[in-house]
Ligand binder design. Structure first.
Ligand code: PEP
Ligand code: MN
Length: 263
């Protein structure tokens, strides 16, 4: 179902009031974790002004340590809905279980299956049955074939609204959190009709490397990017070191807009 051989035209996935696909650069931005109503609203207003089209924010955080902040859960989802109503931004939130999926589809326009759950086949099937637009991140040690098979699990349940996200893979390199596999963009393009975006934040783990790799993603032909952005990264409850400040995001969004116009 995801194979380009049987569907030569690139797919367009509708998310709220926007579309992910060719001729429309998608910029998803927002905090790693939703921390408070004020934090989310501040970030939402700023990224909207800068040109983002989709607001990201985690309400259910799959943290490496069980002692780290795990997210505001349904309270966070309510803030996402409020931010969407005020700014007009479409919204995306990660789901990690059946119950978080059931809650998320009531409040946000797109759900995200994260790297850690890319091969949670039961969750993939449930996301498939929900019919909700879904962003499927690449597992941190997944091959492109395994990733496309994960997309098949969703699509086989009758949900064609799948967007792929390259977010870096585990390699021997330790200078960055993961290694961005930029070749995944043209490889996916040749194998699949599904839209693909790039997340340079989780790929690098380092704020200073986010903008160069975001530009690289667009140059490679990605349909968009997802960038962690925070009003006060030094105090962020999750992924502060890789989060752009609001002025840094503004600069990046303007640059990408200029890039997109060049094409
Ligand atoms: C995230 O987007 O917040 C996240 C946890 O990403 P990943 O699944 O790529 O690690
Ligand atoms: Mn994060």
């Amino acid at each position: 179902l995801s194979n380009r051989k049987f569907h030569p035209e690139p797919s367009i996935v509708k998310v709220g009031n926007t579309e992910i696909g060719p001729n429309n650069l998608t910029i998803m931005a927002g905090p790693c974790a939703i921390e408070s109503e004020e934090q989310l609203m501040t970030i939402a207003r700023a990224v909207k002004k800068s040109g983002a089209t989709i607001l990201r924010g985690g309400a259910y955080k799959p943290r490496t340590s069980p002692y780290s902040f795990q997210g505001l859960e349904e309270e966070g989802l309510r803030y996402m809905k409020e931010a969407s109503e005020e700014t007009g931004l479409a919204t995306i939130c990660e789901v990690i279980s059946t119950s978080s999926l059931e809650a998320a589809i009531k409040y946000v326009d797109m759900v995200q299956v994260g790297a850690r759950n890319m091969q949670n086949f039961q969750l993939l099937r449930e996301v498939g049955r929900s019919g909700h637009p879904v962003l499927l991140k690449r597992g941190m040690a997944a091959t492109i074939d395994e990733w496309l098979n994960a997309a098949e699990y969703i699509m086989a349940e009758g949900n064609p609204n799948v967007v792929l996200c390259e977010r870096g893979i585990r390699t021997y390199e330790t200078a960055t959190r993961n290694t961005l596999d930029i070749s995944a963009v043209p490889v996916i393009r040749s194998k699949s009709h599904l839209p693909i975006i790039v997340d340079p934040s989780h790929a690098t783990g380092v704020r200073a490397y986010v903008a160069p790799l975001a530009k690289c993603a667009i140059a490679a032909g990605a349909d968009g990017i997802m960038v962690e952005t925070h009003n006060n990264p030094a105090c962020a409850l999750s992924d502060g070191p890789q989060s752009l400040t609001l002025p840094q995001f503004d600069e990046l969004a303007k640059m990408l807009d200029a890039y997109a116009k060049l094409e």
